[in-house]
Design a binder for this molecule. Structure first.
Ligand code: GDP
Ligand code: ZN
Length: 322
């Protein structure tokens, strides 16, 4: 860790004046840092900016930072090394990396049991997107109050058998909310799921202070302007953070090699070694162990359909959209 990270440096300020926290928002001239529940506006110390270069932001939302307070306000003195970051090419300078959110360690995929019906293909896309980035993932099936017959049950069971955490919840009658709180505790989590599945309702039911912009603004995506995505974090009262964003389109799959997709379908990955060809895509190749397992019913048809659909969309969207 750099000298700057050591508390109590600069201007003879006592050790106790240095605080550690997490960057919640970037408001342009200052960053808002969560210091144990207090929102502290901070500037970035000049030497820190010099170190990372003028054109790149020295500090990103999600960064763990050390700040120092003085009479004039507070300054970020040091940034911890980052864990997994969600980034994209800087829209104004594509060779440069722009970090949307640092230290994103968990994704909670939100689906709904009914209205809209559960679409496993969408869950699988998000699973692949998260896991291929090394981000932990869980699945929340919301609106279980609309499906007392538990039509979604076979899906929940299948994902559980693969080793995923599946939470069955209702933002309306509040079933399962304790499980969601426990899942989120201590992590920085992004809720991923399509419009209308209940992400905002769920956040609000977890704690009324969590007013997500997700649901409200999502309709605006797809209008062609995509440089304005701002990401911020909401502090969870029980520990951890929720990513609040009007839609992270960067959470796509376009960088992925076709042959790598099956790695993130757990039940396929373990069989792919037995395929005749090393680069088998498990489509029409002879002696394919994955297809044999599908035909034998050991891999469910809907997962295989998801897999095929992802391959198709990667072929279609081979080029990035920015
Ligand atoms: P978002 O787009 O994912 O943020 O979804 P919203 O939170 O805006 O919810 C979409 C719609 O589903 C709203 O009309 C909610 O009232 C409704 N909704 C959300 N959660 C539940 C639930 O658990 N049960 C039922 N019955 N409706 C829900
Ligand atoms: Zn194969």
């Amino acid at each position: 860790m750099s000298d700057a990270a050591k508390p109590g440096r600069g201007g003879g300020i006592a050790d106790g004046d240095a605080d550690r926290g997490v960057v919640l928002r970037d408001e342009g001239s200052q960053l808002i840092v969560d210091i144990a529940g207090e929102e502290v506006p901070c500037v970035v110390r000049k030497t820190l900016r010099r170190k990372t270069g003028k054109r790149r932001k020295a500090v990103a939302v999600g960064d763990r930072v050390t700040i120092e307070r003085s009479g004039e306000g507070a300054a970020i003195m040091a940034v911890d090394p980052r864990g997994t970051s969600l980034s994209r090419p800087d829209p104004s300078q594509p060779r440069r990396e722009q970090i949307l959110v640092a230290n994103l360690d968990t994704v909670l995929i939100v689906a709904s049991a009914k209205r809209p019906d559960l679409v496993p293909n969408l869950i699988d896309r998000f699973l692949v997107a998260a896991e291929s980035r090394g981000i932990d993932v869980g699945i929340a099936i919301n609106k279980i109050d609309l499906d007392e017959a538990r039509d979604y049950g076979p899906y929940a069971d299948y994902y559980r058998a693969l080793g995923y955490t599946v939470l069955e919840v209702s933002a309306v009658d509040e079933r399962g909310l304790e499980d969601v709180r426990a899942f989120l505790a201590g992590h920085t989590t992004s809720l991923l799921g399509h419009s209308g599945v209940g992400k905002s309702s769920l956040a609000n039911a977890l704690d009324p202070s969590l007013r997500l912009r997700i649901g409200a603004v999502q309709e605006q995506s797809g209008k062609g302007t995509h440089t304005t995505t701002t990401v911020s974090l909401l502090r969870l009262p029980w520990g951890g953070y929720l990513v609040d964003t009007p839609g992270i389109r960067e959470f796509g799959l376009w960088r992925m090699e076709l042959v790598d997709v099956a790695l993130w379908f757990r039940e396929m990955a373990e069989r792919a070694d037995s395929c005749r060809f090393n680069d088998c895509l498990h489509e029409a190749e002879p002696q394919c162990a994955v297809r044999a397992a599908v035909e034998a019913g050991d891999i469910t048809a809907w997962r295989y359909e998801s897999y095929r659909a992802i391959l198709q969309s990667l072929r279609r969207d081979a080029r990035p959209d920015y």
